[in-house]
Design a protein around this ligand. Structure first.
Ligand SMILES: Nc1ncnc2c1ncn2[C@@H]1O[C@H](COP(=O)(O)OP(=O)(O)OP(=O)(O)O)[C@@H](O)[C@H]1O
Length: 261
């Protein structure tokens, strides 16, 4: 039996007062880690909203985890997708310990009472450990740094065993040290057995880890380029993608930053 793609968009467009997304064709296969990049207003958030079933495409076909929007129960489908965005941070109970917040993801709720077992709680702590977040176990959410809160949200999404994990600009607002730490933790995630396909949204090339093997560049609502990391991270492509020519500078561990020329 053929394995269904994790995500398949065919000729997808989305309009409000104007065309926000135009003829998007894109496929994510099982086990792939993708980066979605675009400048402000490129249409990234809108594209994520379509993938997560919050908006309906004006035209085209969207298939997520083998289900086609319009022919499936979106609520059930959402249980199979992990979605992490900084906006979610405000919804979580500040006084709850990190491991309980993670655990709430297993039940798809914000607040948990006594519906969990000791083994559920162990699983939650173990997941934080596996992601390099041992030090935040037993700490109330309100005392966690921005980066630690992001890690809790990621673990919370992971405990529901999603088949697709969307990380919407997870490094936003982090200082350079916290960002590096979170990126290393995300890197650990990609090493976990049976980890979900990853869709990592970012503005910055320097956040593209070596394990993020595929990149989609979105510009003014259209796909500017998509493909393997090594082919997309080129000065020629990026100089046309950005509003002015750029220089691609190696940073650490086969990662690159861009600077205007
Ligand atoms: N509901 C809406 N009605 C009309 N226009 C919208 C709506 N939502 C988004 N837009 C417009 O669509 C374009 C894409 O917005 P979107 O938020 O998807 O971009 P983005 O790439 O996520 O940007 P950013 O990086 O700034 O978050 C923008 O021009 C935005 O103003």
């Amino acid at each position: 039996m053929a394995i269904e793609p994790v995500l398949k968009l065919e000729n997808v467009s989305f309009e409000r007062e104007h065309k926000i997304l135009d003829n998007i064709n894109w496929q994510i296969n099982s086990g792939e880690n993708w980066v979605l990049m675009g400048l402000n207003g490129a249409g990234k958030t809108t594209l994520l909203s379509l993938i997560y079933g919050n908006f309906w495409a004006t035209s085209g076909r969207i298939q997520v985890l083998g289900q086609t929007f319009g022919y499936t129960n979106v609520f059930e489908l959402k249980k199979r997708i992990g979605f992490v965005s900084t906006a979610m941070q405000k919804q979580l109970p500040e006084n709850h310990l990190a491991e309980y917040i993670v655990l709430s993801g297993k039940f798809g709720t914000i607040n948990i009472h006594n519906e969990f077992t000791d083994s559920d709680l162990r699983e939650s702590k173990q997941l934080l450990q596996q992601l390099g977040g041992e030090s935040i176990i037993n700490k109330p959410y309100r005392l966690l740094s921005q980066g630690q809160r992001q890690l809790v949200l990621i673990a919370r999404a992971l405990i529901g065993q999603p088949e697709l994990l969307i990380l919407d600009e997870p490094c936003n607002g982090l200082d350079v040290f916290a960002r590096e730490q979170l990126l290393q933790q995300i890197n650990q995630l990609t090493q976990l057995p049976h980890h979900p396909a990853l869709l990592f949204v970012s503005h910055y090339t320097e956040e593209i880890l070596p394990d993020f093997q595929h990149i989609l560049l979105l510009k003014s609502g259209k796909i500017f380029a998509q493909g393997k990391r090594d082919s997309i991270l080129s000065e020629k492509i990026l100089s046309n993608f950005y509003p002015q020519p750029v220089k691609l500078v190696p940073t650490v561990g086969n990662r690159f930053a861009v600077y205007p020329r």
